[in-house]
Design a protein around this ligand. Structure first.
Ligand code: ATP
Ligand code: MG
Length: 341
């Protein structure tokens, strides 16, 4: 769907040349939610702006749905842009127009008239959950509602690709979640390809299938979100992953757990992918004569599965504890005994 090949963007600067994007190669599949994460200045916005021709690469090619975006100009580029729309951190709404009028704007430009335009606007209002707010002005809306208008406007002309530049960075965590859920819903319902850039790993974890990590203009790590979370390679990726996995599994806490539970055994369980924690614990309690205490843990859910760690305490007869541990092993869950009572 989207192919980025050997793309470079060099800006002239006082200190010489600035490589904002440095030899990036990415393949994004149709229907995928693809995340790009990096700190400020990594080149994320420059990269995404080359996907809709707002910025031209100094070198390399950008191809979307067999169209070489980095080569076309004028009317052809304007036509291509109808299929590649964008939402922004600060919404970019027209302040003197109502919600309906903002959403109608791209339809007016595309030459869609009268009742057909009205019908499409109503569909979009419904799609993004803004019923009842049709005649409000942007200044009367919450941040989340403003971004819903931005999304409806972006979807007006049935694009194939939606680009999101920090679309939730101006929103509080709860509103962020509701906008992310809307994006997942649209992705599933319309099969829309979404490219999203962010500096928050939470956003990647919640909705992306694939992630690219950018640092100083380069993609330093790339893969399915779950793989990157399980096994981050680069120091920068490890830092991002730490944003969403609390540093609970430290030596101190483990030591502390051993002191709290001198009898029985403290066991660390690692879940990856399909394995889920709830039926496992239930089955242990049902099938073995052991007492189970859930001590602490964190399970994170990504678009391609769950992963995380759970510390439990098992008490009872040594042989029965061992049977329970053997059972857990057989369930494709990582088990590490960290104490022997
Ligand atoms: N039009 C421009 N002219 C000159 N330099 C630019 C231009 N646009 C971006 N840059 C520089 O390119 C680098 C990458 O900028 P970019 O905006 O792509 O980063 P970003 O990852 O989106 O950062 P942020 O998270 O702050 O939005 C920065 O050093 C920036 O100053
Ligand atoms: Mg940016």
């Amino acid at each position: 769907m989207i192919s980025i090949k050997n793309v470079q963007k060099i800006f002239p600067s006082k200190q010489g040349q600035l490589r904002a994007v440095d030899d990036v190669n990415l393949e994004i599949q149709e229907g995928e939610i693809f995340g790009v994460i990096g700190y400020s200045g990594a080149g994320k916005s420059t990269l995404i702006r080359m996907l809709n021709g707002l910025e031209l690469p100094t070198d390399g090619t950008v191809t979307i749905a067999d169209r070489v975006i980095s080569k076309i100009k004028g009317a052809e580029l304007r036509k291509a842009r109808q299929e590649i729309s964008m939402i922004f951190q600060h919404f970019n709404l027209l302040w003197s127009r109502t919600v309906s009028e903002n959403i109608a704007f791209p339809l007016e430009i595309a030459g869609i008239k009268g009742p057909e335009r009205q019908k499409r606007v109503s569909e979009l209002i419904k799609l993004v959950g803004l019923e009842g707010r049709e005649n409000a002005y942007p200044s009367q809306l919450s941040g989340g509602q403003k971004q819903r208008v931005g999304i409806a406007r972006a979807l007006a002309n049935n694009p194939k690709v939606l680009l999101c530049d920090e679309a939730t960075s101006a929103l509080d965590p709860q509103t962020t979640d509701s906008i992310l859920e809307l994006l997942v819903d649209i992705n599933k319902r319309l099969g829309l390809t979404i490219v999203l850039i962010t500096h928050e790993m939470h956003v990647i974890r919640k909705i992306c299938h694939q992630v690219a990590v950018m640092e100083s203009g380069r993609v330093v790590e790339l893969g399915p979100v779950l793989d990157v979370f399980k096994n981050p390679q680069q120091p920068i990726t490890k830092r991002f992953v730490q944003q969403v996995t609390e540093p609970e599994e430290t030596k101190e806490t483990t030591q502390h757990l051993l002191e709290l539970y001198p009898h029985g055994q403290v066991v660390q369980l690692s879940f990856i992918g399909e394995a889920t924690e709830h039926p496992l614990i239930t089955n242990v309690i049902r099938n073995f004569d052991v007492v189970v205490n859930i001590l602490q843990g964190k399970i994170s859910h990504t678009q391609n599965g769950s992963y995380g760690t759970l510390f439990i305490h098992l008490d009872g007869q040594a042989s029965e504890i061992q049977n329970a541990i053997d059972y857990i092993h057989s369930q494709q869950v990582g088990v590490e005994v960290i104490s022997n009572g």
